[in-house]
Design a protein around this ligand. Structure first.
Ligand SMILES: Cc1cc2nc3c(=O)[nH]c(=O)nc-3n(C[C@H](O)[C@H](O)[C@H](O)COP(=O)(O)OP(=O)(O)OC[C@H]3O[C@@H](n4cnc5c(N)ncnc54)[C@H](O)[C@@H]3O)c2cc1C
Length: 475
């Protein structure tokens, strides 16, 4: 926007703090916004200062520059998953098959939205001067650690083809082509997609917050919404009356929030190496800063950062009672497991120092696919249930929510992930401890299968355990 100066130099006072998370360690942060301490009114009130809340605020102001938009955040901007994630900005959604038509194909309009998402987000970041190390290098999903991953890789490719994606969107890389990109141990081939970009998550969330504030959005930090009802939000020391409300609290929706037990938090986390030198990078690849995963069932996600480190995210757990992870540092043994995965995939890293380890919560809906919901009667909307794939999706869903709230006639409102109904109709999870037991049993089965495969290869016990994992795997 002409005349909009959001560069870091304009900050009057800044904070730099050491952090267990690489993303926040030493990052310049603006002064905190004051908490809400009075009763105010607004056209639109947004609860939650992560990507979903901020992109919704951004698109609302772009559509209606004079609208009065208020955003309240219980802690600080980027406190939730948006400041903690692996930085894969993906042009896809988890659980896509749920949005297919009765022939099993994703509507062409939906495919276009997803296939253009990364470049559209990249354009907005460039136009708004949000420097978050964005790089559109695609993603390599490799069959690497055992032979069964090759079958899973082929099945994944077939899945995208059935949905209607083309060879330009998802294509096979032979082991040789895989090695030309990433020198992983045991290359068995890979699926490559151009529809993923890399970002530095905390730079994205703080940069986006600077932009929305400059557009006139009033942001209140350290302001928790205690009660949300149609047209009204009660906070500790103030309240907001608004024509329309958006709940953007995702995996951090706790007791008292209408999304509590409708979106449950599952933890995941990351470790990161010290900066690697050119020689080390020439040994492991990532020459186009592509993101990387292998076909383990427990999910791995890696990126090469702008400051030349390798970030390795993997594996989840579940806190008793279904609580979200507030602490940034991940003190569990899983952090060590993530280092082991890194060394399994890249033995070249042996001897390299790991400098940070942190984690957070992803939001999981009972349906196992994300949603944009808008209830025209209560005038409350929400978006989320991303299951760990919300960095790109929140851009699309924020724009969609803004179209729904402003009543704009838009193709976005007709996407299969959009539902016009009451939030209360979003299915609740079973009471505890059933979700916890289910997740633990699933993770144990995944571990057992991997152990059997690594030890005995494609043996009968490994296949039997694979069958059990297929039954437990929600996808
Ligand atoms: C370790 C990790 C790695 C991940 N990696 C990736 C990845 O590589 N790619 C990808 O696409 N996705 C990834 N994800 C998921 C992604 O980060 C999320 O899907 C996305 O950030 C969700 O954004 P959000 O704004 O909806 O929610 P959040 O960023 O979680 O924001 C919700 C906010 O709401 C606030 N809040 C909660 N309750 C209240 C209240 N009552 N009042 C006021 N504020 C409240 C919270 O404090 C929080 O700041 C990862 C997540 C984690 C934890």
């Amino acid at each position: 926007m002409p005349g909009l100066d959001t560069s870091i130099d304009t900050l009057t006072e800044t904070q730099r703090a050491a952090s267990p998370s690489l993303w926040w360690d030493g990052l310049l942060r603006p002064d905190p916004e004051p908490p809400l301490e009075t009763t105010i009114t607004a056209d639109y009130a947004i609860v939650g200062g992560g990507y979903t809340g901020l992109w919704t605020a951004y698109f609302l102001k772009r559509k209606q520059p004079n609208a009065d938009v208020v955003l309240i955040e219980a802690q600080y901007i980027g406190y939730g998953a948006s400041g903690r994630n692996g930085g894969w900005l993906m042009g896809t959604l988890e659980g896509l098959a749920a949005f297919a038509d009765n022939k099993g194909t994703l509507p062409a309009t939906a495919r276009v939205q997803l296939n253009t998402l990364v470049s559209r987000a990249g354009q907005v970041l460039a136009t708004e001067g949000i420097n978050c190390d964005f790089h559109h290098g695609g993603c390599v999903m490799a069959a690497a650690r055992n032979a069964s991953q090759i079958a899973r890789a082929h099945e994944t490719l077939a899945h995208f083809q059935r949905l209607g994606f083309s060879e330009d969107d998802y294509r096979w890389l032979t082991p040789k082509a895989l090695t030309a990109r990433v020198q992983v141990a045991n290359p068995g081939g890979a699926v490559f997609t151009p529809h993923v970009g890399r970002v530095q998550p905390a730079k994205l969330v703080t940069g986006l917050a600077r932009v929305v504030k400059a557009l006139g959005v009033r942001v209140f930090e350290h302001t928790r919404a205690n009660n949300i009802s149609p047209g009204h939000i009660d906070c500790d020391r103030g309240s907001v009356s608004a024509n329309q409300i958006v709940i953007a609290t995702e995996g951090y929706s706790e007791v008292g929030n209408p999304l509590h037990r409708r979106i449950i938090p599952v933890q995941t986390g990351m470790v990161v190496t010290e900066p690697l030198n050119d020689e080390q990078w020439s040994d492991i690849g990532f020459h186009d800063n592509e993101t990387f995963a292998d076909f383990t069932r427990a999910a791995t996600y890696l990126q090469r950062t702008a400051d030349q480190r390798l970030v390795i995210g993997a594996r989840g757990n579940y806190l008793p009672g279904g609580r979200p992870q507030h602490a940034l540092a991940d003190t569990t043994l899983i952090a060590q497991y993530r280092q082991r995965i890194a060394l399994d995939l890249f033995p070249q890293l042996r001897g390299v120092r790991f400098t940070h380890n942190w984690g957070g919560s992803v939001g999981v809906p009972r349906s196992w696919h994300p949603h944009v919901i808008y209830d025209p009667f209560s005038r409350i909307g929400t978006a989320g249930g991303y299951i760990g794939e919300g960095v790109g999706a929140s851009f699309l869903f924020g724009e969609t929510l803004a179209a729904l709230l402003t009543g704009e006639s838009s193709e976005l409102s007709k996407m299969p992930w959009v539902q016009q109904r009451a939030l209360a109709e979003l299915r609740r999870w079973e009471p505890e401890p059933f979700p916890q037991l289910g997740l633990k049993a699933t993770m144990l089965a995944f571990d057992a299968e991997e152990w059997l495969l690594n030890r005995y290869g494609e043996s009968l016990p490994a296949r039997a355990m694979g069958w059990l994992c297929d039954q437990l795997d929600p996808h």
